[in-house]
Design a protein around this ligand. Structure first.
Ligand code: UDP
Ligand code: MG
Length: 342
C-alpha cells in the first residue's frame, strides 16, 4: 500500500523547559487527540535542560507509551534549538511534523484540523491564536508591532499571530534541515522557504501550570535574531541617517558661506561642538550596528552544533534513528530502547 497524506504517519515535536507541573496533563490531552486521528504517529519530547524533574516525568511517560521518544539536551539551549533538535530527529518515515508547546497554551485538539489542511494539500499549516488572552496588554501589542516591522523589513510574509504551533510536511522538514544558521527564528524561516500554506485558528488557553519561560529578555533576544538575521534594515538605516545628516550639513555649509561673504563673523563654539557631537554619535551608532552583524558572522563562523544531546531515548514504535541529529554526545544506550535487545 502506498503511503498517502491520508495514511502517512505524523510526528509531534514538543519542547519542554521546566514544565514538571503540567507535563503529565499535557501528555494526556495530546495522546487522546492523537489516538482519535486513527493514523500512525510518534511523539518527540525534547527536554531543554529542565531543572525541575521534567525529564524524569517524560522518561516515565516513555516507559508506558511506545509512541514516545525523549531527547534531552545537555543544558538549556532555548526554545528554537529544542524545536530544531526534535525536527532533526524525525526521519523520512513521517509525512508531516507538528510542533506544539508543552504548556497547554496550544490545544492538542487543533492538530486534527491542521492535519485536515495537510490532507487537502497544504505543506505548511499555521495555527494562529484568535487573541492572545494569556499575554498581557504590553506583550500583545509589542508582539503585533514586531510582526508588522518584520513583514515590512524582511519582505517575508510571516503570518501575523502565528507562533511556533505549526505543521510542516516532509518536504518542508527536509528543506528546513538544510538551514543550519545559529540565530534561529523559525517563525521567519518557515515562511521564507515558500510552499503552500494554510491557516487554522485556535483559542489560546492560559498557561496550565508553571511559569512562562519567555521572559522579556528572552523575547527581546528572539526579536533580535528575527530582525538582524533576516533583514538588512538596520544597515540601511545607516544610509538613511547618513543622507539626513549630509543634507543638514550641506544647508549649514551654505549658511556659513553666506555669512562669510557678507562679512559677519560665524557663530562661535556651540554650533561646532553641536555638529561634532551629532556626527560622532552617529558614527558610534553606525559602528554598533556593524558590530551586530559582525557578531553574528563570528558566531556562525564557529560552526558550532545548534544543540547537544545528553540522552536519546528512542520510541520502539519509531523506526527513526539518531542519524539526522546535529550532535549526539553520550547517548544513554541503556535508555535507547531502539538498540537491539540481547
Ligand atoms: N521552552 C523551551 N526552552 C526554553 C524556553 C521555553 O523548550 O528555553 C518551551 C516551553 O517549555 C514551552 C515552549 O517552549 O513548551 C514555549 O515557552 P513559553 O510557554 O515560555 O513561551 P510563551 O508561551 O510565553 O511564548
Ligand atoms: Mg507558553
Amino acid at each position: 500500500m502506498t503511503v498517502t497524506r491520508r495514511t502517512a504517519s505524523i510526528a509531534v515535536v514538543v519542547p519542554f523547559y521546566n514544565e514538571a507541573p503540567g507535563a503529565a496533563v499535557f501528555y494526556e490531552r495530546l495522546h487522546e487527540a492523537m489516538d482519535r486521528l486513527g493514523r500512525p504517529y510518534t511523539l518527540v519530547f525534547v527536554d531543554d535542560g529542565s531543572r525541575d524533574g521534567t525529564l524524569a516525568i517524560l522518561n516515565a511517560i516513555a516507559d508506558r507509551d511506545p509512541h514516545v521518544t525523549v531527547l534531552s539536551l545537555a543544558r538549556n539551549w532555548g526554545h528554537q534549538a529544542a524545536l530544531t533538535a526534535g525536527v532533526d530527529y524525525v526521519d523520512g518515515t513521517v509525512g508531516a511534523v507538528v510542533t506544539i508547546d508543552g504548556d497547554l497554551q496550544h490545544p492538542p485538539q487543533t492538530i486534527a484540523e491542521m492535519i485536515g489542511e495537510y490532507e487537502r494539500g497544504a505543506d505548511v499549516v499555521y495555527a494562529v491564536r484568535k487573541e492572545h488572552q494569556g499575554a498581557g496588554f504590553l506583550k500583545r501589542h509589542t508582539s503585533n508591532a514586531f510582526n508588522r516591522l518584520m513583514a515590512w523589513s524582511t519582505h517575508v510574509d510571516s503570518v501575523s499571530g502565528a507562533a511556533d504551533f505549526r505543521l510542516i510536511s516532509r518536504d518542508v522538514v527536509d528543506a528546513l534541515k538544510e538551514m543550519r544558521e545559529v540565530h534561529r527564528y523559525l517563525r521567519g524561516m518557515v515562511p521564507w522557504l515558500g510552499f503552500r500554506s494554510a491557516v487554522v485558528y485556535y483559542e489560546q488557553a492560559p498557561r496550565h501550570a508553571g511559569t512562562p519561560a519567555y521572559t522579556w529578555k528572552r523575547s527581546m533576544r528572539l526579536a533580535h535574531h528575527g530582525l538582524f538575521s533576516f533583514s538588512t534594515l538596520p544597515l540601511n538605516l545607516i544610509t538613511w541617517v547618513g543622507f539626513f545628516f549630509a543634507t543638514i550639513a550641506a544647508a549649514y555649509l551654505a549658511y556659513v558661506a553666506y555669512v562669510a561673504v557678507n562679512g559677519r563673523t560665524v557663530a562661535g563654539w556651540s554650533s561646532v561642538i553641536g555638529v561634532l557631537l551629532i556626527v560622532s554619535a552617529f558614527q558610534f551608532l553606525a559602528m554598533s550596528i556593524l558590530a551586530q552583524y559582525l557578531g553574528m558572522v563570528f558566531e556562525q563562523g564557529k560552526r558550532r552544533p545548534l544543540y547537544v544531546l545528553k540522552q536519546a531515548r528512542i520510541a520502539p514504535r519509531a523506526r527513526a534513528s539518531t542519524r539526522g541529529l546535529s550532535t549526539v554526545v553520550g547517548i544513554d544506550r541503556a535508555a535507547d530502547t531502539s538498540a537491539p535487545r540481547r
